[in-house]
Design a protein around this ligand. Sequence first.
Ligand code: ADP
Length: 894
Amino acid sequence: MTATGIVGEFLALKEETDADILAMQCGDFYEFFADDAELVAKELDLKVSQKSSHGSSYPMAGVPLNDLTPYLKALVERGYRVAVADQYETENGHAREITRVVTPGTLLETTDADAQYLAALVRDSDGFGLAFADITTGRFLVTDVDDVADAHAELYRFAPAEILPGPELRGDDEFLASLRDGTDASLSLHEAEAFAPGRARHRVREQFGDEALESVGIDSERAVRAAGAVLAYVDETGAGVLQSMTRLQAYHARDHLELDATTQRNLELTETMQGRRDGSLLDTLDHTVTSPGGRLLREWLTRPRRDPDELRRRQTCVSALASEALAREQVRDVLDGAYDLERLASRSASGSAGARELLSVRDTFAILPALVDAIEGSRLVDSPLRDVVERPDREAAAALHDELDDALAEEPPKTVTQGELFKRGYDDELDDLIERHESAKSWLDDLGPREKREHGIQHLQVDRNKTDGYYIQVGKSNTDRVPEHYREIKTLKNSKRYVTDELEEKERDILRLEEVRGDLEYELFQDLRERVAEQAELLQDVGRTLAEVDTLASLATHAAGNDWVRPELDEGDALTIEAGRHPVVEQTTDFVPNDLRLDQRRGFLIVTGPNMSGKSTYMRQAALITLLAQVGSFVPARSATVGVVDGIYTRVGALDELAQGRSTFMVEMQELSNILHSATEDSLVILDEVGRGTATYDGISIAWAATEYLHNEVRAKTLFATHYHELTSLADHLPRVANVHVAADERDGDVTFLRTVVDGPTDRSYGIHVADLAGVPKPVVDRATDVLGRLRDEKAIEAKGGDGGSGEPVQAVFDLGSGQFAGGSDTADVTETTGERSNGTAATTANGHAEPARAELDADTEAILEELRSTDVNETSPIELMAKVQQWKERLDE
Ligand code: ADP
């Protein structure tokens, strides 16, 4: 049977929307019926009652009209899309229609200080277009990237709450699964037409103006399609904030440091590997006093820059604020009272801002001149901070401030429909109404004393309530004195209530005046709010300025309090750190500072040392110092010179991969593969163990080949921690490779980690050593040493050398048995001087003399060697390489 009546209306509206849940206004409540009622009741712990409708009974749950927001928020945060149907008056009663669909990316009512991005993602044959909109602040960004890894990196940076995949991605289950895996966003399949190029372009033009696309330099159709789809979605969900999206910001990957999703996670920029904010870099650095400042700091940390001029500008501001403690504190004090102007702009545009919010706009605008004074009245005036505070249109800000100040009452009520919002003198008509209203009210105020006096009634008071309206209440003991024209309306235990004709007339007057006043004030308020919304861009400008000063002051506070220094930015290959520390670890540990030197001639460090000695910390510290320098921050070191890099790539053993059910080795190889493909000569690469997830010789082979490739082809600045101490010999032959190790002090069988990184390789393989220290019985340790020796015996690996200055790659042969290259570094020298490319035909005998090898090799080995020679390492994926090595090994073992 089809439901009729109110439930029928509910179900019909529900049909109209693809939302999961419908909240329908019924008078003073929002009601949920049928399945929705059950679901909401379960999720939000609401009581379910039964609604009878034409012989059937339906579950029903409801929340009061003014309490919907927290329920909406809770439902949306659980990933539901909630449609809201509002009731409106019509000539013959009322009707209802869906006014909004609230989704995770369009929840205006968020109380979370973090940005809340809605993203659209479009793929075509050449790459991905992405658009990000934060409807709570009006931020709108678009970009265009070449490949899927970059798309994931951008999504990770923005951490959207909701993603709209383009129509071409919807059938790609694998891709959708990777989105679900890689982000916490909910995926919404918005209508395909919104992504159509023509329609999308039209929308973008309509929103940002005809020239917007050209002026921001976005000519990629896929980026425009993503932007158009986001705009359409925001419009259709009815958040009503389009007006606050004033600016299309296009950015290019080349403006920012490349940080793939794995690296952002590994470096624990905004949360730790365990998913906590505590202990992240952001948490450590965040001394901001406003939530927009905190948001901007997060943005800076996740999107470091490459432009040295911009970085130096930030550095100079941080430097000025760091050295002027008094002025800095004053600046922070002034900022402390600031509200979130970007959010207020959106709330004004959507019509959800009340008078109190507009007062917050006024009060925050008042901060701007105070901030200018604090800066101009101190030595900060000589820094670029002055330009920061001079950026917004201060005259326009002062004018809007004064307008709000003249208009709004000091303590307006929360609701905007019942008057008392405005000051006297704002509007003549309103003043007149207020006057009449006030005089009617004062007549009422005087009524009690007047009646008491006139009729000699002592226990008399005038009051008002919902059911009785205005009345005169007289105590029982005095009721014999009430005059005739009093009409009794109610008897209470100790008193009676009366009305008079005059009182009723005044009451009608007052009610009418209240209504007219409420209506007029609401109208005036809407106009005022609209004028504020029209100036959304001004609010955003002032908001961004305050946020930027807050962020810079936060960086300065941290620098001053933790003895950080201003790094010198260098356009070359250098990364020189004197007495560097790890920015987060130093907070909780008595940190032993370390030096680091990388330059053109020493671009690849192999870091060795026992487990838990500090290799990982040392390498992350290098990455974080580089990153901080490219945020414009000071860094934890005695001094530092940082060559600006185009990207940071890391591969470290991740904890969560096992939990995700992915083979760690596969993940390790995928990450390695991504690094080998993406890193460039200007990148910084951090490898914390490569090849550990497989058998030793497999592992060494891959680590070896990856080292050669990074050194010879990619030529990125690299730090590589490995427990294969065999790799340390590469330093003798690859010109830019050097060894460092973390020193440990061994005495009486105890190892003390000194945490000091010194030049040179470790002198032993630590696995067996650690077993020994751990008390593994001596026969086992001895036997292990013996087995290791045998395993190494007479096995040799070729080492493909760097160009060594000759421009040609060279090859040397490394003997795992002796741990040396054939003929030592001479081999390389000879090759260089003859200018020939060595083809690896030399092998070593046990005594280390190089001899012609061909004669000694059987046909099988010869074949394998030939295959090895013809394998182009640069053209072969690590996984294929691994398979080949495995195969060769098996054939050799036969
Ligand atoms: P590894 O990578 O060699 O296994 P880690 O870098 O994980 O070692 O460091 C092991 C422990 O030593 C960590 O708890 C870390 O906090 C601490 N540590 C590392 N480097 C230092 C240092 N320079 N000073 C003080 N403690 C350190």
